[in-house]
Design a protein around this ligand. Sequence first.
Ligand code: SF4
Length: 467
Amino acid sequence: MTPPLRPRRFLIETWGCQMNELDSQRLAGQLMRQGLLPTRDAGEADLLLLNSCSVREKAEHKVYSRLGEYRLLKRERPGMRIGLCGCVAQQEGERALARVPELDFVLGPARVGELAALLPRLAVGERVVAVGFPDQRHYDIDAVGRLDAYKGMVTVIEGCDKRCTFCIVPSTRGAERCRPLADVVAEVEHLLAYGFVEIELLGQTVNHWREPGGDADFADLLDAVAPLPGLRRLRFVTSYPRDFTNRMIERLRIHANLSDYLHLPVQSGCDRTLRRMGRGYTVAEYRDLVARIRAARPSAALSTDFIVGFPGETEAEFDETLALIEAVRFSAVYAFCFSPRPGTAAGRLADQVPARLAQQRLQRLMDLQNRIQGEINASLVGTETEVLVTGPGKEPGQVVGRTSCHRIVHFPAPGSAEVPAPALGSLVRVRVTRALPHSLLGEPAAAAPVGLDRRGDSRQPRLPVVA
Ligand code: SF4
């Protein structure tokens, strides 16, 4: 008897930001439509995709070292195809094919929607380079392999025109392109109709969104999306401080379902460094923005990014960054040592800070932030908060979820005929009982028992789907 044909399998590895995560979901969706199934085992994958990030040198090295591992696999299984996607793909183009003979194709971020069309060419052994920024881009909202059961990401703006002196994104993701408001609303409605309860609007400078050819700005986009029925939480990343207007801040007062969590990268606490980074704001302006946001939304939880050891950064200037962290008390900080990127103005600066010194500064910064974060978490013990359930907890009988300010909370979920365990995507009121360094423990609050505060009893937990 002829054995049944084994469906072809694919594996996608993703590095980097939420934009890459969503791009990976778009790649997966196209492949599933072509009948391929996902696998976690590279050894059985017929198609391996590396969706890369080039924002730091280390991430770029990692992707090449992974390609080195996969080229050995391909020697054993020549029928397998390997693709490099994402920002390194755009940056390297043809060079990547020359450097890795086993690599079959290179697909830039603006060409993600073309993967399905490439498959027949790959099947006959053609090596393909698809990079650059075509005017017409294919984006099929029906072909996105949404990995979350409750949260959908929606791109509202691609690329960036800011040209901060350290950043490679404008050359890997291209010039800014805003999606029309009607398209964004249609995609959000599509996701809500499917049962998603949290929507995350994405863009490198998400709050710089403008209606193409029109007057509407990001505040208007929030007004159009936030009231849509079924939308429990609306988040957006990444906001550019200079583009955060008072109209947008006012939306934090108006729309209760806007998340408390705001990511507002500052990069440095020193004016001279900010000027040399080309950021376009001062420390005082940033602090004023924080004050206005907190006045409008006292429960706002701010996270930020820092680059430590920017060329020419002195010890005293670094101390100004520490002072800003003390003053603002961020809920979370993402900090990295400066990494020179090809083609950027800062990459050519002569007065680079020695790697060891930058590393020591980074450690001091993280020690300070860990202390502050611990204090903030400890202050939450005894309070009640609304938690959106995101999955099973680490311990048996526990579930885990996120607060509106994006903190992780573990709490017990009994799960019985009388008191069912909460479904993924349901909202539960939880009392915080203990603070850990990076998460909280809690128990369901008596006022709203587990399982009752949820939208629609027919909604069941789901596994990855194509929405
Ligand atoms: S705003 Fe600056 S840091 Fe952010 S993507 Fe654009 S150039 Fe890069």
